[in-house]
Design a protein around this ligand. Structure first.
Ligand code: KG4
Ligand code: ZN
Length: 351
């Protein structure tokens, strides 16, 4: 028997209902129910549809997680829930469920930042995060470069996307190539049989002028437009397009810029650990290039396994568990959900 606390994590910021259970830093269950198929025909997540799906999936997913972890609800010592950023209606379902559980069970609750949870999850796989650590967070809604000095309370935003998030760019380019939603995994797969040097797509915000104003920021909207123009021009000329070549060249441009900026930040900040998280961290080429470039720069790279990169409850439980082990007090039940919660607010406070 261990005396480490048993923490339940609830994630409903987008289209995945995730319930994770951890004891200390040991992952016991990670149940996820996705509504992605319900959104596919719209080519993007429909907030109302996502909220309803969370409501329907919440209890079955909770039961599944408890059964997998072989624990009862009464055994849980604390609850953590994503309080933002994300889709408001979707967040409210998770926050409502978490508050009911905390009230019924009489246990502490933490309202946590989704982005910090994407970083914290790596502790379940690779042990305690050295402090400070640099984190590259790349998902459907966010692309941020963060300096993490305390995963439960001190995170500095060094840079972010100034337009589309990396995952959003993957999804939009996939759409214009006729690939299904969400496009990231399909581009990843298609690119495996393509030539990444076939088309020289632009690397946003890397000119010397941009490096002064937007040193650690990224931009993918110009890249998306460049891909669209390239495809349009070839189609108008009656040429056959190699989708794998376009996918590979586009992917290379995204990965190249992300890794250039992440490694630059590590060097300039004197930080020798980099964690990559968020759905795009599941990308096989990003993982490969990150491995090569971090090894060359003497940076220790940590990336959770792909299943823990996309949205899940385990990451929220991992952050809650870290709060417990640092003796952080839970929050009063009066807290709300904040769709644009800044990364500087790792834990929400009551209104
Ligand atoms: O973190 P996540 O599950 O949800 C958000 O918080 O947004 O990230 C979802 C995003 C989607 O845009 C999806 O296309 C992208 O992650 N993604 C990928 C891959 N797997 C998921 N992008 C590139 N390559 C992948 N293998
Ligand atoms: Zn996410």
């Amino acid at each position: 028997m261990t005396s480490e606390p048993l923490v339940l994590g609830i994630e409903t910021s987008c289209d995945e209902t995730g319930i994770g259970i951890v004891r200390g830093s040991t992952l016991l269950a990670d149940a996820v129910a996705s509504s992605v198929e319900e959104h596919a025909r719209f080519g993007g997540v429909v907030p109302e549809v996502a909220s309803r799906a969370h409501l329907e999936a919440m209890l079955p997913t909770l039961e599944r997680a408890l059964a997998t972890a072989e624990v009862r609800l009464g055994d849980i010592d604390a609850i953590a829930v994503t309080a933002g950023p994300g889709l408001t209606g979707a967040l409210l379902v998770g926050v409502g469920a978490a508050k009911s559980l905390a009230l019924g069970l009489g246990i502490p609750i933490f309202g946590v930042n989704h982005l910090a949870a994407h970083v914290a999850v790596d502790q379940l796989e690779h042990g305690p995060l050295p402090e400070p650590t640099l984190a590259l967070l790349v998902s459907g809604g966010h692309s941020s470069l963060l300096q993490v000095s305390d995963i439960t309370g001190d995170i500095e935003a060094l840079g972010a996307t100034i337009d589309d998030a990396a995952g959003e760019a993957f999804d939009k380019v996939a759409r214009l190539l006729g690939l299904p939603f969400p496009g990231g995994p399909y581009i990843d797969l298609s690119a495996k049989s393509g030539d990444a040097s076939a088309i020289a797509f632009p690397r946003g915000l890397t000119s010397s002028q941009d490096m002064q104003r937007h040193r650690y920021d990224v931009s993918f909207s110009g890249l998306k437009t460049a891909v669209a123009r390239w495809v349009e021009a070839r189609t108008a000329a009656g040429e056959t397009i190699s989708i794998p070549d376009v996918a590979a060249s586009f992917q290379e441009a995204v990965v190249d810029v992300l890794m250039r900026k992440a490694i630059l930040a590590c060097k300039e900040r004197g930080v020798d650990h980099l964690v990559i998280g968020g759905g795009v961290a599941a990308n096989s080429r990003l993982r490969e290039v990150a491995d090569q470039r971090c090894a060359a720069a003497g940076i220790r790279l940590r990336i959770p396994r792909p299943g823990l990169c996309t949205d899940n409850g385990a990451m929220v439980a991992a952050l809650g568990s870290e709060c417990m082990s640092r003796g952080r007090p839970g929050v009063d039940l009066g807290f709300g959900a904040d769709s644009s919660l800044p990364i500087t607010e790792v834990l929400v406070t009551s209104a």
